[in-house]
Design a protein around this ligand. Sequence first.
Ligand SMILES: *[C@@H]1O[C@H](CO)[C@@H](O)[C@H](O)[C@H]1NC(C)=O
Ligand SMILES: *[C@@H]1O[C@H](CO)[C@@H](O)[C@H](O)[C@H]1NC(C)=O
Ligand SMILES: *[C@@H]1O[C@H](CO)[C@@H](O)[C@H](O)[C@H]1NC(C)=O
Ligand SMILES: *[C@@H]1O[C@H](CO)[C@@H](O)[C@H](O)[C@H]1NC(C)=O
Ligand SMILES: *[C@@H]1O[C@H](CO)[C@@H](O)[C@H](O)[C@H]1NC(C)=O
Length: 366
Amino acid sequence: MKDSTASMVICIVISFLVFVSPASSRARQQVPPAIFMFGDGALDVGNNNYLESRMWRDPIRANHSYYGIDFLNSEATGRFSNGYNIADFIAMAMGFEMSPPAYLSPSPIKDFTGVNYASEGAGIWNITNEYGVTIHLLEQVDNFANTTVQLMSELGKHELRKLLSKSLFVVSIGTIDLLRIFTFVSYGRESKEDGHADVQNLIATYEVAITAMYNMGARKFGIINIPPIGCTPGGMQMFHPRPGGCDESLNKFATEFNNGLEPLMARLTSKFDGLRYSIADFYGFSNATFMNPSAAGFVNTDLSCCNRPCHAIYERYVGPPCQNRTQYWMWDDFHTTEQAAKVASTAFYDGLLQFTTPVNFKKLVQ
Ligand SMILES: *[C@@H]1O[C@H](CO)[C@@H](O)[C@H](O)[C@H]1NC(C)=O
Ligand SMILES: *[C@@H]1O[C@H](CO)[C@@H](O)[C@H](O)[C@H]1NC(C)=O
Ligand SMILES: *[C@@H]1O[C@H](CO)[C@@H](O)[C@H](O)[C@H]1NC(C)=O
Ligand SMILES: *[C@@H]1O[C@H](CO)[C@@H](O)[C@H](O)[C@H]1NC(C)=O
Ligand SMILES: *[C@@H]1O[C@H](CO)[C@@H](O)[C@H](O)[C@H]1NC(C)=O
């Protein structure tokens, strides 16, 4: 974080903490003081725009149209969406205006609402996407460490601990790692057994990250699991082109990973005092929508609305995105539309317990 941004953030935190009136603090009673977000393109709100190109490679950036076509002023903010994304809708459900700003963003912010560390293309492993330009999970956690150092010097230990213990920590990552593992297995560079071992290793690295966050003061974790990536336009065509059908063997890897999250969080809860969590079942929610799209107002859950020039690995057509964007689940080959992000986030925040374990995000932050 640039020094000027950091000090601005800190001034704002202090004025926020000092000057909230009793009335506004009552109104915000159920709202956590801040949100910290970690993940990949599903949550990125612009970090990749500030990454330098490395060697001959650029980070994947959503800084051009038609990204943001439905955002305020049709601005391409770095979100991999036609408008807001899951980070925004979770923040909104909690009473914030939108996601907290990108960690690397120098833009001034009016009110400290937390920090978003997410980076498109990022993996749980540091070797995932090793030739890409991203901020992998443990590096995001290091960046959070930087934030806490800055906050500590301004707030002091006690206030910082209070702030962090009441804040929500959202984590949504793993898709890119699973694509890497699946590629290795599909092309025979790795056996199926090695692939399964890799998935367990991902969970182990996830544990390292959550543990590090806990040790720095995080207590409330909102974990979003991996959606059926074999049903995304990218996943459907990457290995075994089969229009209209999902790649079930890719989905199996996602399910295997997801099945590891709950035992992990349960174990960490018994190990660490005060740790609480909610796992949002993005997989289950997506699948339920695919089984009955019209119930949620969707017409097309197979194809992406925006191909080229959005981030699409398969060039199907070049041209403007679909008109009826609220009827599409997918925006580009791997990222959902604003509408899909909205309905999913609503389910995670205060939906019935069908798609959250053991509580929903609303209960978690109360
Ligand atoms: C994080 O802090 C370290 C140590 O102060 C510093 O060297 C590093 O540049 C910081 N990283 C970022 C991204 O600000
Ligand atoms: C996106 O960012 C890159 C790198 O900063 C820049 O070269 C490019 O012109 C930007 N695209 C748009 C449309 O602003
Ligand atoms: C990647 O992580 C492993 C441990 O998980 C570590 O040993 C290695 O040094 C890291 N590599 C980089 C480039 O950070
Ligand atoms: C979605 O759910 C249905 C019904 O529970 C199940 O039969 C199907 O296999 C699931 N699809 C995926 C991709 O997991
Ligand atoms: C979107 O609108 C176009 C043009 O009206 C139509 O051809 C297409 O079927 C619609 N797509 C969906 C998913 O409704």
